[in-house]
Design a protein. Structure first.
Length: 395
């Protein structure tokens, strides 16, 4: 049997490489000699920079920047050279990610992407020609306004006084946007963004309503945030002539996609399609007998561009079965059967605390992967016993 492991990370718990190593141990416990390819997969979130820099032979550059709750943190970006062009790789999760926000401060009305803008400025200081930005695992919902301020964009009240945007709620204080002080170096670089193409900024399926609760927003705060982002979109259209309300990817990372579109001239890409330019997996998946993937929580949102569903899409081109190992099984998870995931299994086998589940996750992933393979072996054994000599299966 040829097995390929292509997992994503478990948000706030394990990165993709850590999940992959745990799954590999599980496979080896079942059969140490099995033919196995392990490909930790990134989606623009945690691990994006380090993975790309490792593949490209680049280096990490560390900087003190503003974290999501306004305090200084140490973050980083990557730089590598290829074909005469220097590229900076920035991961918003490493500067404004949910993992960086203490649980008692998770309020998307008061978190900022200012540090993302500071990393972009630091990359420009390095003299790069191209910037690659990964949007994922965000803890903010300010529409990228914080980032824009760091780059020189000004938000003004009705009396043309500058307003500081320190979170999504502050967007309602602005009456206009001025871009005359925007860093001119942005015109000399190209910016590509790997994001969830299906996330939009405004409306019933806008980022506030879909992801606000995950970032700590109450129902009342969700509505306030939705109003703020609607207002922000109107200000952007007035300032730069771009209607970002329902543009694909505009809602990525709490609306950071919209800010990148409006103020940096970035091009947004479906994250998996862009990442495949850097990580080659299609050939390996097509040669597999079985594909394992993984996700922290599998639910009705998984088919909307998340790694397990994208891995399944590739596997189904060759009719290869896909099994997902997951931390939790959420609402509407059965829609993933239609997305090409043939089976999924939670690592949590009994009631437990979140703290314990996160601590035990590597061990439980390992055990779950081994258990699934043993179940497959049982099924294969039953099938073989029912095969007549001519090789035709009899029910």
């Amino acid at each position: 049997m040829k097995i390929v492991i292509v997992p994503s990370g478990f948000k706030e718990c394990l990165d993709a490489e850590e999940v992959a190593l745990a799954m590999e141990r599980g496979v080896r416990r079942f059969d140490p000699l099995i033919d196995l390819d392990v490909i930790p997969m990134i989606d623009g979130g945690e691990g994006f920079v380090k993975t790309i820099v490792h593949i490209k032979g680049g280096e990490l550059v560390y900087r003190k920047v503003t974290g999501p709750v306004g305090r200084q943190i140490e973050s980083y970006f990557g730089v590598y050279g290829e074909n005469g062009r220097r590229t900076a790789v920035i991961e918003m999760a490493a500067v404004s990610g949910l993992k960086l926000i203490p649980s008692n401060k998770r309020n998307p009305l008061k978190t900022t992407t200012y540090g993302v803008g500071e990393l972009i400025l630091a990359a420009l200081d390095e003299g790069v020609d191209h910037i690659l930005i990964g949007c994922g695992d965000s803890g903010t919902s300010d529409g990228g306004a914080g980032m824009a301020q760091a780059l020189g964009v000004q938000f003004n009240d009705k009396n043309q006084r500058i307003v500081e945007i320190n979170g999504g709620a502050d967007l309602l204080k602005a009456a206009s946007i001025t871009t005359t002080q925007l860093d001119r170096r942005l015109h000399r670089v190209s910016i590509d963004v790997a994001c969830n193409w299906k996330n939009i900024l405004c409306g019933e399926n806008g980022v506030a309503r879909v992801f606000g609760p995950q970032k700590g927003a109450t129902p009342k705060q969700v509505e306030l945030l939705s109003q703020a982002l609607d207002h922000y979109a109107a200000l952007i259209q007035e300032a730069v002539g771009l209607d970002v309300r329902s543009m694909p990817g505009s809602g990525a990372s709490g609306g950071l996609g919209a800010g990148l579109l409006a103020f940096t001239g970035a091009i947004l890409h479906p994250r998996f399609d862009l990442i495949l330019d850097y990580i080659e997996i299609e050939e390996k998946i097509s040669a597999a007998d079985l594909v394992f993937t993984a996700e922290g929580s599998i639910d009705f949102q998984t088919p909307n561009g998340k790694i397990p569903a994208e891995v399944a899409r590739i596997a189904k081109k060759n009719n290869i079965p896909v099994i997902a190992i997951t931390g939790t099984i959420g609402k509407g998870a059965n829609v993933n059967y239609q997305a090409g995931i043939d089976a999924y299994s939670s690592i949590i086998q009994k009631p437990t605390s979140l703290k314990k589940a996160m601590k035990k996750a590597p061990k439980w992933i390992e055990e779950s992967t081994e258990s699934v393979l043993r179940q497959i072996a049982i099924g294969l054994g039953i099938a073989q016993r029912k095969l007549p000599r001519e090789g035709v299966y009899h029910k």
